[in-house]
Design a protein around this ligand. Structure first.
Ligand SMILES: [Zn+2]
Length: 317
């Protein structure tokens, strides 16, 4: 018999790095809240990103955690933006493993020359280049399950706007969302957070969504309360998610469900990189060799893996 995995809680704050599902009493409204402490800091600090880029990537990590927490089985949710802006690509993914933990990673591809023309505090629009870009959501749950991909354009003032449009367009689900990422004013470490509520269709699947007067009032109220959340409340290490949910929804009552634990993760490994290297020609391998060594950098975690040219040519470790 295998032993149950031991989940080590975040040392800096007992309630960081988790997603908390909740439901507002008496309404067809469900939500999830996420708080990232060390996970956001480790992912964002692995690269020397300009601060505005790190903030957007942190928000994308929080979004990946919110969406990933709906996975029931092992699998991977990837959220990627592509555009002609100063950040041609932004990606975050969430992998649910058998231990029940969600592993997050992410990186930003930056066109530094372009970004430098946008001043010190570029807008989301400016950085992402919302005119031509899109956001793609991919859900991969292994070979037995069909791969799902949904796409939405990058219109909106914030990443939360884009995510809301995604739910409205692809799932016809009214959604309100806020995302935030910033450095802790005391420690300087990155923190990220997010909260979302969704209006559930009343009744069983297959029936029409009924948005009668009562449910519409409920939805308006729940989304207005949620949208009253302040960015600093989503990040405050002194205010855990349950306290935050109580603060927002205590008049109606809020019921919370078991939280999902989050950790930083990456899927780079020697065998996978060797498979990639084995596809290069001998000339390419020679070209990549510096002082008898081929260093391959993982763009997610920024770890460098070292190979000899013989290993690279042979395709074995
Ligand atoms: Zn890696």
């Amino acid at each position: 018999m295998s032993e149950a995995p031991i989940v080590i809680k975040d040392p800096a704050g007992s309630r960081d790095n988790e997603v908390r599902p909740f439901q507002i009493e008496g309404m067809d409204v469900r939500g999830r809240a996420v708080r990232l402490g060390t996970v956001a800091d480790q992912v964002l600090s692995a690269h020397n990103y300009p601060e505005p880029v790190a903030r957007i990537l942190g928000e994308l990590l929080a979004l990946a955690a919110l969406l990933g927490s709906i996975l029931k089985f092992e699998g991977i949710i990837t959220i990627q933006t592509k555009s002609g802006g100063p950040i041609p690509m932004l990606v975050a993914d969430f992998e649910l493993k058998a231990d029940g933990t969600g592993y997050l990673r992410g990186y930003a591809d930056i066109d530094h020359d372009k970004l430098s023309t946008y001043g010190k505090n570029p807008s989301f629009h400016g950085m992402i280049g919302s005119k031509s870009g899109y956001l793609a959501l991919t859900i991969d749950q292994g070979q037995d399950m069909e791969r799902y991909q949904g796409i939405v354009d990058l219109k909106g003032e914030t990443l939360s706007d884009v995510a809301r449009n995604y739910f409205l367009n692809s799932e016809q689900t009214p959604t309100a969302m806020r995302l935030s990422c910033d450095r802790d004013p005391v420690t300087g470490h990155w923190r990220a957070g997010g909260i979302m509520v969704q209006h559930l269709a009343r009744g069983e699947t297959g029936r029409e969504r009924i948005l009668d007067r009562e449910t519409e009032e409920h939805w308006n109220r729940a989304s207005a309360l949620m949208l009253s959340v302040k960015p600093e409340e989503m990040l405050d290490p002194q205010l855990d998610l349950d306290q935050l949910l109580y603060r927002l929804f205590n008049e109606d009552g809020v019921r919370v469900f078991e939280a999902a634990h989050l950790a930083k993760g990456c899927r780079c490994d020697r065998a996978r990189l060797l498979t990639v290297l084995s596809q290069f020609s001998d000339d390419d391998i020679e070209h990549m060799t510096v002082d008898g060594n081929i260093g391959v950098n993982c763009q997610f975690c920024n770890k460098t893996w070292d190979f000899t040219p013989e290993e690279a040519r042979g395709g074995t470790a």
